[in-house]
Design a protein around this ligand. Structure first.
Ligand SMILES: Cc1cc2nc3c(=O)[nH]c(=O)nc-3n(C[C@H](O)[C@H](O)[C@H](O)COP(=O)(O)OP(=O)(O)OC[C@H]3O[C@@H](n4cnc5c(N)ncnc54)[C@H](O)[C@@H]3O)c2cc1C
Length: 282
């Protein structure tokens, strides 16, 4: 028999966290795994009712997104559209409407798949993760959250409470996903690009993050420096594409080959830069 908790507050969730109950949100990942492995959980903590994990709001100098926000709520949020269009675009590509109605951003992060679509967006936006345990709350920069393939800094007695995106957000934000189809496709390559501004063909403070090209979502620092240090031209876009292909460590798997991923990741960045050159954001 499975012991089940459905608390309304973090304080009420304390006992379940101490006992290391499995956290369950939309269950779009967990159900698939449990069905495939036939596992039955001893105890589960349904996090969807916990009020501290709810809501999307601007607080002082940050956009604060509750971990239990579904991708439908993220898509529909005016605050996300205004400050984090990159994340809105990522949400739009996750599964189809049925999945977006159930799947949460906290689940996407904790599931820690290198193909998780919101993850490169959070890296490019410089997100911080509010992690809560039975005794303390800590804030982890998102770039330190994933430690290895499907591993995170999250302890068994901790949960993701909120995601904080520092404001003002980057003026230039672009999301690209390459999958087998337009919708309902796990990514072959995900690219999230952010820059504080594009002024006289110079992109300032570039953040280029990718998913499905390494064991964890990654920032491509060398490519970022190349782009920042040079005026935006077709030649720069081609050099950036070549450096992307050298910088990533994709694998062959059921969805794609490493060779295809290297090629397409570079071409996505090249086209993204050419698009910015042709139509700079206002
Ligand atoms: C048909 C289908 C299509 C999909 N398409 C995509 C896609 O295109 N892109 C994509 O990125 N993903 C996709 N997914 C995967 C999945 O929908 C996402 O990863 C989703 O965001 C998981 O969220 P959830 O709320 O359902 O998590 P759950 O399944 O409830 O949990 C997933 C993991 O996160 C943990 N967890 C949940 N909430 C918390 C929390 N607050 N704190 C700590 N741990 C927590 C759970 O313990 C579990 O380990 C797809 C899944 C399906 C079934």
């Amino acid at each position: 028999m499975t012991l089940s908790w459905s608390p309304k507050t973090l304080a009420e969730a304390r006992e379940a966290l101490i006992q290391g109950a499995t956290k369950v949100a939309g269950s779009t990942d967990l159900l698939v795994v449990d069905h495939a492995t036939g596992s039955v959980r001893d105890s589960v903590l349904n996090v969807l009712g916990i009020e501290e994990l709810q809501g999307i709001r601007v607080e002082a100098d940050q956009l604060s997104i509750g971990a239990s926000s579904t991708f439908t709520r993220i898509r529909e949020s005016a605050e996300v559209a205004k400050h984090a269009p990159l994340l809105k675009d990522a949400a739009r590509t996750i599964g189809a409407a049925q999945i977006q109605n159930r799947a949460t951003i906290g689940g996407n992060i904790a599931n820690a798949s290198p193909a998780g679509d919101s993850l490169p967006a959070l890296l490019a936006l410089g997100a911080l993760i509010v992690v809560s345990g039975p005794r303390e709350r800590r804030i982890v920069p998102y770039n330190a959250f994933h430690t290895a393939y499907r591993k995170t800094v999250l302890g068994p007695d901790e949960l993701i409470e909120r995601i904080l995106i520092p404001l003002p957000a980057p003026a230039v934000q672009v999301f690209r996903k390459v999958g087998t189809r337009e919708a309902q496709a796990i990514s072959k390559v995900v690219v999230a690009f952010a820059s504080d501004r594009l002024d006289h063909r110079i992109l300032a403070n570039v953040r280029l993050a990718m998913g499905s090209v390494a064991a964890v979502p990654v920032r491509l620092h060398e490519v970022e420096i190349l782009i920042e240090d040079n005026p935006l031209t077709p030649e720069l876009a081609a050099r950036a594409a070549a450096l992307v292909a050298k910088s990533i460590t994709p694998i062959d798997d059921v969805r794609s080959t490493a060779e295809y991923r290297r090629h397409v990741a570079g071409q996505v960045v090249r086209r993204l830069l050419l698009d910015l050159l042709a139509a700079p954001p206002a």
